[in-house]
Design a protein around this ligand. Structure first.
Ligand SMILES: Nc1ncnc2c1ncn2[C@@H]1O[C@H](COP(=O)(O)OP(=O)(O)OP(=O)(O)O)[C@@H](O)[C@H]1O
Ligand SMILES: [Mg+2]
Length: 245
């Protein structure tokens, strides 16, 4: 057992101009754990994930992956993004590429993986997310839930150490939410380390190992799901849960 968590946010601060959006945030995600981040709109959940992928820069503190500072100016962003996969609310698939092409593109171009191997691995990942039968479909021929599962497959194809999910079911029709959550649940069961921003409290409680409540740029409460949902400690958590549940 190593002395550090796989992903560590160590006292980070993030400003947009004069606006202080992440305030001394510290948080640890252990290997194979699912850390679920919840909180009201504007509390900084997306910004937190975006900082971990260096889509945003922090102004103070440090974020470490497996003990190495990824926020160091010399850190290789391309390598970092291979290790930290991210999936967004909007799937952002390449519209003129098929499902399998969307999945194999980055392994081929960024990692230089041989076409045949990329195809075989890509097909296997598409099977895992239940999309093996749709490998040759274009995004506009697929439902939102199917497109989102391809977006997850695309991120997995880089063989990341950690997967970040930012409200990946929020744009979906309600009847399509379950199939995407099911893929995420299976990933978690296989031992993928995940950080998940979601409003799906059933998922948070059923799949999460740790719940993190953010409000106004701060982590206000952290706990195991059962304790957090049944016996929240802070007034902020009680208030948030009374509105959500
Ligand atoms: N590019 C930006 N420029 C300036 N301010 C921003 C930018 N992105 C986000 N913010 C501000 O930072 C704060 C945190 O935003 P963030 O998107 O991280 O919140 P969130 O918790 O993800 O909210 P939501 O639940 O609505 O997605 C908000 O006050 C937001 O207005
Ligand atoms: Mg957000």
């Amino acid at each position: 057992m190593s002395d550090h968590s796989l992903l560590e946010f160590d006292n980070i601060d993030k400003y947009y101009g004069d606006t202080h959006v992440l305030k001394e945030v510290s948080l640890e995600v252990d290997e194979q754990d699912v850390c679920v981040v919840i909180g009201p709109s504007g509390s900084g959940k997306s910004t937190l994930l975006r900082c971990a992928n260096r889509l945003e820069e922090i102004q103070a503190g440090e974020i470490r992956l497996d003990g190495t500072a990824l926020t160091h100016p010399d850190a290789d962003i391309n390598v970092l993004r291979q290790r930290i996969g991210m999936v967004f609310q909007s799937f952002n698939l390449f519209p003129h590429k098929t499902a399998i092409e969307n999945v194999t593109l980055a392994p081929q171009k960024v990692k230089g993986i041989d076409d045949e191997i990329a195809y075989e691995e890509g097909m296997s990942i598409l099977e895992d997310v239940g999309m093996g039968d749709h490998a040759d479909a274009y995004p506009n021929q697929l439902s939102g839930g199917q497109q989102q599962r391809i977006a997850i497959a695309r991120a997995l194809a880089m063989d990341p150490r950690v997967m970040l999910f930012d409200e990946v079911t929020s744009a979906l029709d309600p009847e399509l939410v379950g199939e995407v959550l099911e893929v995420m649940r299976a990933l978690a069961e296989e031992g993928m380390t995940m950080m998940v921003v979601t409003h799906e409290m059933g998922f948070a409680r059923g799949v999460g190992d740790k719940i993190v409540l953010m409000a106004d740029g701060k982590v206000v409460e952290t706990g195991e799901p059962k304790a957090f949902f049944e016996n929240p400690q802070t007034d902020r958590a009680k208030q948030f849960l009374s509105r959500m549940l």
